[in-house]
Design a binder for this molecule. Sequence first.
Ligand SMILES: *[C@@H]1O[C@H](CO)[C@@H](O)[C@H](O)[C@H]1NC(C)=O
Ligand SMILES: *[C@@H]1O[C@H](CO)[C@@H](O)[C@H](O)[C@H]1NC(C)=O
Ligand SMILES: *[C@@H]1O[C@H](CO)[C@@H](O)[C@H](O)[C@H]1NC(C)=O
Ligand SMILES: *[C@@H]1O[C@H](CO)[C@@H](O)[C@H](O)[C@H]1NC(C)=O
Ligand SMILES: *[C@@H]1O[C@H](CO)[C@@H](O)[C@H](O)[C@H]1NC(C)=O
Length: 536
Amino acid sequence: MVPGAAHPALLALLALLGAVLPGPGGAKTSVQPLNAIILQGGSVKVNCSTSCDQPTKLGIETDLTKKEVGHGKNWKSFELSDVQKDSIPMCYSFCDGSQLAAQMNITVYSFPELVELDPLPSWQPVGKHLNLSCVVSSGGPRDDLTVVLLQGEEELARKPAGKEEPAKVTFPVLARRDNHGANFSCRTELDLRSQGLGLFQNSSAPRMLQTFVLPTADPHLDAPRVLEVGTRWLVNCTLDGLFPASEAEVYLALGDHRPNLTVTYSDDSVLAQAWVMGNVEDEGTHNLKCEVNLGDQSRRSLEDVTVYSFPAPSLTLSEPEVSEGTTVNVECKAQAGAVVTLDGAPAGPSGPRAQLQLNVSAEYNGHSFFCSARLDVAGQVLHKNQTRELRVLYGPRLNERDCLGNWTWQEGSQQTLRCEPWGNPLPELKCNRKKDRASLPIGDLRPVKREMEGTYQCRATSPRGEVTREVVINVIYHQDNLAIIIPVATVFILATVSTAAYIYNYQRKIQKYELQKAQKAQEEAAMKLNTPATPP
Ligand SMILES: *[C@@H]1O[C@H](CO)[C@@H](O)[C@H](O)[C@H]1NC(C)=O
Ligand SMILES: *[C@@H]1O[C@H](CO)[C@@H](O)[C@H](O)[C@H]1NC(C)=O
Ligand SMILES: *[C@@H]1O[C@H](CO)[C@@H](O)[C@H](O)[C@H]1NC(C)=O
Ligand SMILES: *[C@@H]1O[C@H](CO)[C@@H](O)[C@H](O)[C@H]1NC(C)=O
Ligand SMILES: *[C@@H]1O[C@H](CO)[C@@H](O)[C@H](O)[C@H]1NC(C)=O
């Protein structure tokens, strides 16, 4: 609008003239109102008047759309419409050939068309500054326009909008833990209260800020360095000092496998656990990776895990059961790369195979051959062991050590009679007294009785033959005093009593005889008396 641009200068000149050159007789042009503030695009009514009695011309000089809405002898009123920007219309009048002028000020106010908070970083590390920018386009007067930064409903800071179009007002903010999840927004305030209008606010849509803390340390990965095929291992991956821990994501992989994770969150840490399997097809060295992602950052730990297979060595005996005196071959074999050690084998070049040959004696019965294989896996020495037991058939045996040949015991004492044959298979033992075939009590003897005394023949029998052995049992017993005294005393007493009785009897017989003899003599004498004596 070239003419529009020229007019203000012209008007200003006229105003200057009007002010400098008052009309004749002190005539004057005036405008009502002197200042107007209107909403952009609105209209205003302006009254121009003059004190001149005979004005030849009265009008308003403006590039705004104008319309005369009333007039009188020395006044005119206009409606100025579609006011888009500040303007200085001027009323003028001609009086007695001279021009008189008066100007007014129209100030336009408008609300911002756009109030916006620039996008926030999706994640902001705690402790770092970030700039929140409010963008305001149009709106004014700018001197009355302020931009306010809000967190939720709380005002954080305010700054004047400035003259730039669009205006960009930046607020530095230090990210804190309690900013996490907070909604920020911008608000404009157009304060026209001093002009008799109100305080007009416009707000932006809120944007949410996410803040986080991720320590510089890497996650702690607890994993095996070697993993045997067919086994599994519970791998732990933890990272402490996180905020917000529950937002952390954990990723764990062994080679191309992603095992199922169990993730446990605590206040400020995350723990992920997973079983890793030693699969045959995975033999070899793989990367175990644990990655913790939080915000837009991640921390990771890597470890090498070697999946290996290492079966126990095979340990073979040429025969697991042999007769004594036979030669037995023992062989131990392990996979290539391993080194075996066979107990008892002669020293030789070390390798995955070792051998041993021996002529077995009875002592080898139950002997365990031991073979240990050693394998280096990723710098770790691993062992696998194997044992095999040999059974040797022998016997039976029954010697002085197993069965003492001469036992001498006190009668009534408590003893243990030990007599144990040996052999493989285990022989059967039978002991009988020579004189009467009575069997020998083996084991606890309580008490020892003299009837046990005697010489026994012990016979150990097994499918591998038989052996015999004599066992003599002596029982020492004291002659029982009473047992001797009583019969002796009885005999003695009986002898004494019967002797006495005999003597007494004998004497009585003698006496009787003497008496009879005397009586007989008397009788004879009497007879002699009774019968005449024969003459001599
Ligand atoms: C932020 O705003 C979103 C939606 O606009 C709402 O779901 C969320 O609750 C708000 N957060 C806070 C802390 O007010
Ligand atoms: C700004 O606020 C005013 C009132 O305060 C309202 O009339 C106007 O429509 C708003 N502008 C926008 C773009 O929301
Ligand atoms: C094994 O040893 C026994 C005695 O020690 C001997 O009699 C036998 O002949 C040996 N057998 C062999 C095969 O060497
Ligand atoms: C196997 O034997 C070796 C010694 O030879 C020993 O160090 C290792 O502990 C044994 N391993 C097992 C599993 O018994
Ligand atoms: C048995 O032992 C007793 C006493 O210990 C001894 O007098 C006797 O001679 C021994 N008999 C035999 C056959 O060794």
